[in-house]
Write a protein that binds this ligand. Structure first.
Ligand code: ZN
Length: 137
């Protein structure tokens, strides 16, 4: 049911401060920068081979990313697994007793449908299920 690791989400204080490393040193191509109002973040997607890195910069003190950085500092925030038929996947998880933060999909960056699983169900890892509308990207 899991197709691949779609992307890894990394919490950063500032995209401007973080991008020179990812683009300049690692030479990862920048795919896009967009604001995701529902999560109060500005995100930058970088292509890293088959998968992507999603740098998340909070744009409000109410963003969960602000709280994450205050508590734990910058760093890996979540792992996103690419799936199809996300609503069915959520139901399957719930049938197996997995706690979902999002019990129905919501709109994420790039128009993807996303749903977060509770880290307690995944050995402390915040896992995002992610369904892309496009065939690629
Ligand atoms: Zn993500």
């Amino acid at each position: 049911m899991i197709k691949k690791v779609d992307h890894i989400g990394i919490a950063v204080k500032s995209l401007d401060a973080a991008l020179p490393f990812y683009m300049g040193v690692l030479k990862l191509p920048l795919l896009k920068i967009e604001e995701v109002e529902s999560q109060k973040v500005r995100v930058a997607f970088l292509q890293a081979g088959e998968t992507k890195l999603e740098l998340l910069e909070p744009i409000s003190s109410e963003s969960t990313i602000t709280k994450f950085i205050e508590k734990r500092g910058e760093g890996i925030h979540h792992v996103a697994l690419g799936v199809e038929s996300i609503e069915e996947r959520i139901s399957e998880m719930q049938e197996q007793g997995i706690r979902m933060i999002d019990e129905s999909p919501r709109l994420g960056a790039g128009g993807a449908q996303i749903a977060f699983m509770h880290p307690k169900s995944a050995s402390g890892v915040l896992v995002e299920l992610c369904e892309k509308k496009e065939m690629k990207g």
